[in-house]
Design a protein around this ligand. Structure first.
Ligand SMILES: NC(=O)c1ccc[n+]([C@@H]2O[C@H](COP(=O)([O-])OP(=O)(O)OC[C@H]3O[C@@H](n4cnc5c(N)ncnc54)[C@H](OP(=O)(O)O)[C@@H]3O)[C@@H](O)[C@H]2O)c1
Length: 309
């Protein structure tokens, strides 16, 4: 397994990045409860060789980028700060999209200021906006790239057809989608990324912590190898395809070190096959369904209230 991956002809990073979203308050809102611990985790990640830190203007919102600048600026050479624009935060735990060109320009310029950067190495569209043709959102980012405000463009939460459309407008250096043992990425998208050698940043690589506690084959393999379930889950993602670049998040220095050790874990063919069949346990699936239902009811109640107002 390659330990590094190429984002551009002259830019390589390690195969395991760090997702900074957890370094916010509850509901990805405001500052983390222990700011100095959060700063220390970011600095330790860089010390341990992490070459890509993923953030977004929507995390906090804004406070996550500020925290990264506070902890790491001036950035060591070669460290990629990957941020995103195109989402809005109406409140804690709430997200909406805005992919209009004028919004993306304002968002990118504000991220540049908060991160104290002249140019953002990897700027990602956080999600396609169904009200804006993808070509318009990507075109806006391409203009920012031509102006030198962005070095490389990335897309999050896209399917293979959207990636193809975006590539007709601008060079796309990376894709970022949810990918973990429980939630697989669309096979056509993975195949396209592999064919075109486009790194695929995997968000929720630990299923937001669910994979930290091992069930089924994951737990069995972790126990038999004396590894933590999270290490096996990350090793599976790394071995699953040469283009994966998991970005696990943690607020714990011990988990950070544990996660980075996954680079040294190699799984054999039988272990990979057993993990391929791993599914979310039934209890967890039911709890997710119930949470989804509660969320939908809250959205519905809000929509009804705003119609009455
Ligand atoms: N593009 C998008 O739309 C999008 C969406 C969501 C997330 N993301 C990105 O993806 C990154 C990763 O997602 P995430 O951080 O939410 O989820 P994740 O990496 O799947 O899981 C993080 C959770 O796992 C726990 N954890 C981490 N290492 C562990 C270990 N070794 N053992 C046990 N538990 C462990 C953490 O708790 P502790 O703090 O206790 O370790 C935390 O609760 C985010 O930070 C963000 O940058 C992008």
């Amino acid at each position: 397994m390659d330990r590094v991956i190429r984002l551009a002809a002259d830019l390589e990073v390690g195969r395991l990045g760090f997702g900074a979203m957890q370094l916010c308050g509850p509901g990805v809102w405001g500052d983390p409860p222990d700011r100095s611990r959060a700063r220390a985790v970011l600095r330790r990640a860089v010390e341990l060789g992490v070459g890509l830190i993923d953030t977004a203007d929507a995390y906090g919102p804004e406070s996550n980028e500020r925290l990264i600048a506070e902890a790491l600026h001036p950035y060591p050479p070669g460290l990629v700060i990957a941020t995103k624009g195109g989402q809005l935060r109406p409140g804690p735990g709430e997200w909406s999209v805005d992919g209009r060109p004028q919004h993306l320009r304002r968002a990118c310029e504000a991220s540049l200021r908060r991160l104290h950067l002249e140019r953002i190495d990897l700027y990602q569209l956080h999600a396609p906006d169904p009200r804006v043709p993808l070509e318009e959102s990507v075109g806006a980012l391409e203009r920012l790239r031509e102006e030198g405000k962005i070095r490389l463009l990335g897309l999050c939460n896209v399917d293979a057809a959207q990636l193809r459309r975006a590539r007709a407008v601008a060079p796309i250096a990376a894709v970022q989608n949810r990918f973990n043992l429980f939630d697989r990425v669309e096979p056509e998208l993975l195949a396209l990324c592999e064919r075109e050698a486009i790194p695929l940043l995997c968000w929720f690589p630990l299923a937001n912590g669910e994979l930290g506690t091992g069930a089924g084959a994951l737990g069995r393999i972790a126990r038999s190898r004396g590894l933590a379930p999270a290490q096996v889950a990350l090793a599976w993602l790394l071995a699953r395809s040469p283009v994966t670049l998991p970005i696990p998040g943690t607020g714990s220095p011990a988990h950070l070190e544990q996660n980075l050790e996954a680079l040294d874990v190699s799984l054999d063919r039988a272990e990979m096959a057993a993990l391929e069949d791993q599914r979310r346990p039934l209890g967890a699936r039911l709890r997710r369904l119930a949470r989804g239902g509660a969320r939908r009811s809250r959205h519905l109640a809000r929509a009804l209230r705003s119609r009455r107002a």
